[in-house]
Write a protein that binds this ligand. Sequence first.
Ligand code: F6R
Ligand code: MG
Ligand code: MG
Length: 370
Amino acid sequence: MKVTFSLIKADVGGWPGHASVHPDLIKIAEEELSKAKKDGLLIDFHVTHCGDDLELIMTHTKGENNEKIHELAWRTFKKATEKAKELKLYGAGQDLLSDAFSGNVKGMGPGVAEMEFTERKGEPVIAFMMDKTEPGAFNLPIFRAFADPFNTAGLVIDPSMHSGFIFEIWDIHEHKSVKMKIPEEMYDVLALIGAKSRFVIKRVYPKEGKLPTDEPVAVISTEKLYQIAGKYIGKDDPVAVVRAQSGLPALGEVLNPYAFPHLVSGWMRGSHNGPIMPVGVKNAICTRFDGPPRVVALGFQLSNGKLVGPVDLFDDLGFDLARRKALEIADYVRQHGPFEPHRLPLEDMEYTTLPKVMEKIKDRFKELKD
Ligand code: F6R
Ligand code: MG
Ligand code: MG
């Protein structure tokens, strides 16, 4: 059976500030998706949040980019926005860049990670959700899960994944994509994806073996709001869907990279580097300096498209040290205040006063004599 797993998210109002999502918004989303399940459009759903982002996890048989599914997500976000406006939640409707739906939520503000695949006998799927960062934040953990033999033992000792994977990488500045082979082109892949604000891993495909090579095994949202809106309006908090086991990295191999709270861009005013902290949903509330950035992972077994779960995978003491380390790093980088590399380089900042400052003092600049 072919099933489509769609994870669609939007920030339609923060509570308070940009910290979390009000329970009334979650309730509205649950009601809308529940109706769609009764009507047979969805097989199953789960609604949650990460920080101030409302997250719709849905399964169905309509395929990717389906108009009905996207319209359902759009309608749900619109309804939640009405409530957000009534409660005067912060930035109500901020990610909905248009009034009218035009067939697909892509390019309209929400973030989308969806993939269609043949459900296996046992199909573990993980929905990852990040807040206060950008799509390139997934580059490192996805690379490590699918390409780093020091993370993923299966790459070395499991014959069904020993040949590696194919990475589809997007250049989000030039709007181009390229498929590259792991491990053959590993160093070239790293040369690209290390520049995480420009090159992002979009999908991973199996190379050969047990799984169909034309069905993705991982997908990451890559929407760049500032490119859509023509100005910075947020850091495009990304989501990803990853399948695991039986010829793919084991669940624990997919999760292990998050034990290292790597530095990502975003955090306060979308303009700072900071550690990404793996947390359970109950701790996915961005408080200190509007962060530090968070990542949540909900695990499901699929049963003919039904979502058996979730298991809140980072709500586990296996990630206590990562959280502690993230807090230590947060303390350390915060002491840099307005200095790089805590504050992002000029071209990546969401907020800047520099043009105004320069304008004010431009006549006081003198040519250097030596
Ligand atoms: C980061 C984020 C927040 C806001 C900050 C200022 O992505 O959403 O850190 O940038 O709280 O928000 P405003 O300018 O709305 O007061
Ligand atoms: Mg927000
Ligand atoms: Mg957010």
